[in-house]
Write a protein that binds this ligand. Structure first.
Ligand code: SF4
Length: 68
């Protein structure tokens, strides 16, 4: 089972905390965009670090929300 992060562009404040936690997963443009994959633990750490709660973690196959 693999998970992917999803950034809500309407909630992202573009401060870049997720990029600091997981630069291989997120890049900061006008808002954060997803550029890669990582283990669930790192995805959760990035999502928990987001001050805007803009990052969801979903099951890539089923779409089930793992976080929040
Ligand atoms: S940590 Fe959250 S608010 Fe900050 S850039 Fe990433 S997604 Fe946007």
């Amino acid at each position: 089972m693999s998970y992917v992060p999803v950034v809500d562009p309407d909630e992202c404040m573009a401060h870049g905390d997720c990029v600091e936690v997981a630069p291989e997963v997120f890049r900061l443009d006008d808002v954060a965009v997803v550029i890669g994959a990582a283990p669930l633990e790192l995805l959760l750490a990035a999502a928990e670090a987001c001050p805007a709660a803009a990052i969801s973690i979903v099951d890539e196959e089923t779409g089930a929300v793992r976080y929040p």
